[in-house]
Design a protein around this ligand. Structure first.
Ligand code: AMP
Ligand code: MG
Length: 426
C-alpha cells in the first residue's frame, strides 16, 4: 500500500497547470496572476491633502503658537475631486479637505484642529470664515501626500504568480484595471455512487440515506477555487455509472464517491480499470484507505481527446472529505498555478488517548486552539469514518504516524489546520 506522500506524488505528477484566461478583477479572487501588472498612472495622480485643514506656505507659519497665532486671509475652499483656481500667496490660505489637490503656491497643510477656525465659527456661525489664526509652525511637505507615492507611473505593482487577494484587487482597481489575466479555475465533475442515495428535498424511503457527499465535496471544490460540475447520483450498475461518467468528459478532474471498497457492488474501481487507467488503489491512511486514482478519457471543448484525472474517493462521508483535503486539494492548487501545496500545521498537545492498531497514518478530527501560549487539540467525539458531524465540529486533523501504536494525553502531535488562510504572497 502506498504512503500518503507516495500517493500524493503520483497524483501531482499526473496533473498540470491550466491555461490562462482574462477575467473581470472582481471574479479573480483566489486565482493566480498570469501577467505582471504595470501602472500607466501615478497613484495618487496629484499631490493632495492628508488632512482636513488649510493649505498654506510653511514660511507663513513661522513663529506661530497658541498664544501668538499667525493670521492668514482665507481665499477659497477646495474639496476632494475639485481643483482650486486660486493660488496661495504670502499671507493667504485655502481651506482644503482630505484628498483634495494641493493648490498652487501652497507647500503644506495645517489641520483644522491646529487653527482657531472652530472658535471663529462659534463666534459668527452664519458668516463665512475669511480669516484664520494658525497655532503651530509647520514644515514644507507636512500633511501632503505626494503624487505617485503609492504607485509610480510605469512601475510593476503586482508580479505574475501571486495569488489575488482583496488587497491585490484593490491595487488593480486603484490604477483603473478592470480585467486581469489569471490561471483559469479547474472544472471538477462531482458524482456520488450508490443505490442507497436519495437527493435532499425528497422523502426518504426506508433503507435509503440522503446524498451528502456530493455537497460536501462540491463545497470543498469551491472553497479551494474550483468550479464544481454536479453530476448527481449514479446507481451501482454498469449502465448508470458509464452513462454518468460520460457527462464528466469536458471536466478538468473527476471526483466520484463510493464504490471503491471490497463490496459486491463497488464497481467504480473496476470500470476505471477497464475503461480508463488505474494508477493506484488504496493508501496507508485512516480514514480513506480505499482511495482509487486513475485517468479516464475525455474530450476538450474543441473536440480534442484529453485525459481526465479521476479520484475515486471512499463513500464514507468523513473519509471522502479527509481524502479530499489530503489528495484533491493539492492537485487543484497545482492546476491553479499555486506553489504552496502543504496545509498549514502546528504542534499541539493532545487531550485524548489515541490507539493506532491499523499501521496506517491516522487523521483524526479535532478542535485545536491556543491555550496558555501553546496549542492543545481535543478529538471531536467518536471518529468513525461515517460520522460526518465529527468533521463539522472540527477545525483540524491530528496526525498519528503509521508506526506510532498509541499516543497518550499530553503527547505532542501535529495538527493540520483546516480553515487557516493559505494565501501567502510574501
Ligand atoms: P461504499 O464505499 O460505496 O460502500 O460507501 C461506504 C459508505 O458510505 C456506505 O455506508 C454508504 O452508504 C456511504 N455513502 C456512500 N455514498 C454516500 C453519499 N453520497 N452520501 C452519504 N453517504 C454515502
Ligand atoms: Mg456504494
Amino acid at each position: 500500500m502506498l504512503t500518503v506522500e507516495e500517493a500524493l506524488q503520483k497524483i501531482l505528477s499526473e496533473v498540470s497547470i491550466l491555461e490562462t484566461e482574462s477575467v473581470p478583477i472582481m471574479d479573480s479572487l483566489g486565482q493566480v496572476l498570469a501577467e505582471d501588472i504595470v501602472s500607466g498612472i501615478n497613484v495618487p495622480p496629484l499631490d493632495n491633502s492628508a488632512m482636513d485643514g488649510y493649505a498654506v506656505r510653511a514660511q507663513d507659519t513661522k513663529g506661530a503658537g497658541e498664544k501668538t497665532p499667525k493670521v492668514l486671509k482665507v481665499i477659497d475652499t477646495v474639496i476632494a475631486g475639485s481643483i482650486s483656481k486660486k493660488e496661495v500667496t504670502a499671507g493667504t490660505a485655502i481651506r482644503i479637505m482630505t484628498g483634495a489637490p494641493i493648490p498652487k503656491g501652497a507647500d503644506s497643510v495645517i489641520q483644522f484642529e491646529k487653527t482657531d477656525e472652530e472658535k471663529r465659527k462659534q463666534a459668527a456661525p452664519d458668516e463665512p470664515v475669511t480669516q484664520v489664526g494658525i497655532f503651530e509652525e509647520i514644515e514644507a511637505g507636512d500633511s501632503i501626500r505626494l503624487a505617485g507615492e503609492d504607485v509610480a507611473k510605469g512601475s510593476t505593482i503586482l508580479k505574475q504568480g501571486v495569488t489575488i487577494r482583496p488587497a491585490e484587487i484593490g491595487v488593480m482597481a486603484s490604477i483603473g484595471r478592470d480585467k486581469v489575466k489569471v490561471i483559469r479555475r479547474p472544472i471538477v465533475a462531482v458524482l456520488s455512487t450508490g443505490n442507497e442515495l436519495v437527493e435532499m428535498g425528497k422523502p426518504l424511503p426506508e433503507g435509503k440515506i440522503y446524498n451528502s457527499n456530493s455537497y460536501s465535496i462540491a463545497s470543498l471544490v469551491k472553497k479551494y477555487g474550483g468550479i464544481p460540475k454536479m453530476l448527481g447520483i449514479a446507481l451501482d450498475n454498469e449502465k448508470s455509472l458509464v452513462g454518468k461518467l460520460k457527462e464528466a468528459q469536458d471536466a478538468d478532474m473527476l471526483l466520484t464517491t463510493g464504490g471503491v471498497s471490497m463490496g459486491d457492488y463497488d464497481m467504480v474501481k473496476d470500470i476505471l480499470a477497464r475503461d480508463g487507467e488505474m494508477v493506484f488503489w488504496k493508501v496507508r491512511v485512516k480514514p480513506g484507505k480505499p482511495l482509487a486514482f486513475g485517468k479516464i478519457k475525455g474530450k476538450s471543448k474543441d473536440g480534442k481527446a484529453k485525459v481526465i484525472p479521476h479520484l475515486g474517493l471512499p463513500g464514507n462521508a468523513t473519509s471522502c472529505m479527509v481524502s479530499f483535503e489530503l489528495f484533491v486539494r493539492p492537485a487543484l492548487l497545482k492546476m491553479m498555478g499555486k506553489k504552496k501545496l502543504e496545509k498549514p500545521s502546528v504542534p499541539a498537545i493532545i487531550q485524548d488517548n489515541i490507539k493506532n492498531d491499523a499501521g496506517r497514518r491516522i487523521y483524526d478530527r479535532a478542535i485545536t486552539e491556543k491555550q496558555d501560549g501553546h496549542y492543545i487539540a481535543r478529538l471531536t467525539g467518536p471518529q468513525g469514518s461515517g460520522i460526518l458531524t465529527s468533521m463539522a465540529l472540527a477545525n483540524s486533523f491530528v496526525l498519528i504516524p503509521e508506526e506510532t501504536e498509541k499516543v497518550k494525553k499530553g503527547d505532542t502531535v501535529q495538527a493540520l489546520m483546516l480553515d487557516w488562510n493559505e494565501e501567502v504572497n510574501i
